[in-house]
Design a protein around this ligand. Structure first.
Ligand code: NAD
Ligand code: DAU
Length: 338
């Protein structure tokens, strides 16, 4: 029996990780911690997402990772085998509007969890980080990829906060011997993604015959990975990853934004005239591209879902689960407490 603390489990990747782990390891006990405040910090969390998970061997705790008292009380009560930290403010545009909460949750929240690991001798800490810590790559150098030794070079308050957290994790490992690992993944897509991110935003807008806002010329490139492949990689790192190590996760699946948007429009039978080019995101990263050679060679991880299959599965999910995202658009999800 393993008792794992999953932070941020009511969000996109954290919830998919909970479902992945429940399917794969029915003997695990998962405890999910989530933000309690009714403010901008909680907008991305959605208890409807966890309805099915809560039927299993699972406990949900309302809580903020920056709240040391709550986190320590929980770690004292539960004897965790690992903490997997998904909890974060995750949307770049919001970090440009209001950086402060990003620094608080993403950096100070990480520190509280690391302190809890040390105080309660939790044998494993995993930090879910992002390829955005490496900055961006030029479009005219398709031979360049992010490796684990690519220097940190951040562009947005979001990526700066994630990079700061990574540095803290590594410092705790070196100074205190905290048994920590870090993964840096490329853009995820799949079920339960909040409809502010490119793919669910474009699906929901296309279905409503609304304009699809493409930043700049739509030429920026992202390296898309189906969310289950990310969850599988984290599971493998927990099982066999080496503490003190960073693992890049990505599936060599680069697409220009405009091509992703056109793919979505075609799949839902809508016209490209819905596309509208809008003012670019300030500091907009041009291209992300992960070299996943290390996790492949050391842990045997490879992605399983091809983009064409994954995007169709994702579109089908949003078509079959309209209620889920419509409750977000209407705001109703905020009042749901299960
Ligand atoms: P998300 O915004 O969908 O979910 C974040 C979750 O964290 C929400 O449930 C939210 O309520 C919770 N949360 C926020 N502040 C909290 C706090 N102070 N205390 C407790 N819970 C809090 O994010 P996501 O897209 O699922 O991303 C999860 C993690 O993966 C993040 O750390 C992000 O940086 C990283 N990541 C995301 C992607 C991606 O493409 N989405 C790619 C690579 C890495
Ligand atoms: O690379 C990993 C990162 O991917 C994660 O660390 C972040 O948490 C996650 O949000 C994501 O960041 P991006 O900024 O790449 O994702 P987003 O969905 O916001 O945007 C994807 C691309 O689409 C980006 O080039 C901006 C563009 N875009 C986005 C939105 C919301 C548009 O053109 N129009 C839009 O309305």
């Amino acid at each position: 029996m393993k008792n794992i603390l999953v932070t941020g489990g009511a969000g996109f990747i954290g919830s998919n990780f909970i479902y992945y782990m429940q399917r794969k390891h029915p003997d695990y006990r998962l405890v999910c911690i989530r933000l309690v405040c009714i403010d901008a910090l909680t907008y991305a969390g959605n208890l409807y997402t966890l309805d099915e998970a809560r039927k299993g061997n699972f406990r949900f705790v309302l809580g903020d990772i920056t709240d040391r008292k709550t986190v320590f009380a929980l770690c004292n009560e539960e004897k965790f085998d690992a903490i997997v930290n998904f909890a974060a403010e995750s949307h770049v545009d919001r970090s440009i509007e209001n950086p402060e909460v990003f620094l608080k949750t993403n950096i100070l929240g990480t520190q509280v969890l690391l302190d809890a690991c040390n105080k309660f001798d939790i044998p494993r800490y995993h930090q879910v980080s992002t390829d955005e810590v490496y900055g961006d790559l030029p479009l005219d150098r398709p031979d360049l990829f992010f490796t684990e030794t690519t220097p940190i070079h951040t562009s947005s308050p979001y990526s700066a906060s994630k990079a700061s957290a990574d540095l803290l994790v590594m410092a705790y490992h070196r100074t205190f011997g905290t048994p920590a690992t870090i993964s840096r993944c490329s853009n995820n897509y799949g079920p339960y993604q909040f409809p502010e991110k490119l793919i669910p935003l474009m699906i929901s807008k296309a279905l409503a015959d609304e304009k699809l806002p493409v930043y700049g010329e739509g030429l920026n490139v992202r390296d898309w990975l189906y969310v289950d492949d990310h969850c599988k990689a984290i599971d493998m790192i927990l099982e066999n990853g080496k503490v003190g190590e960073v693992y890049n996760i990505g599936g060599h699946n680069e697409k220009a934004n405009i091509d992703v948007v056109k793919t979505i429009l075609k799949a839902v039978g809508k016209d490209e005239s819905l596309i509208t080019y809008v003012k670019d995101r300030p500091g907009h990263d041009m291209r992300y591209a992960i070299d996943p050679a290390k996790i492949h060679a050391e842990l045997g991880w490879t992605p399983e879902t091809l983009f064409n299959d994954g995007i169709q599965k994702t579109i089908d999910w949003y078509l079959n689960n309209r209620e889920w995202w419509q409750k977000i658009l209407s705001g109703e999800y905020k009042n749901y407490r299960g």
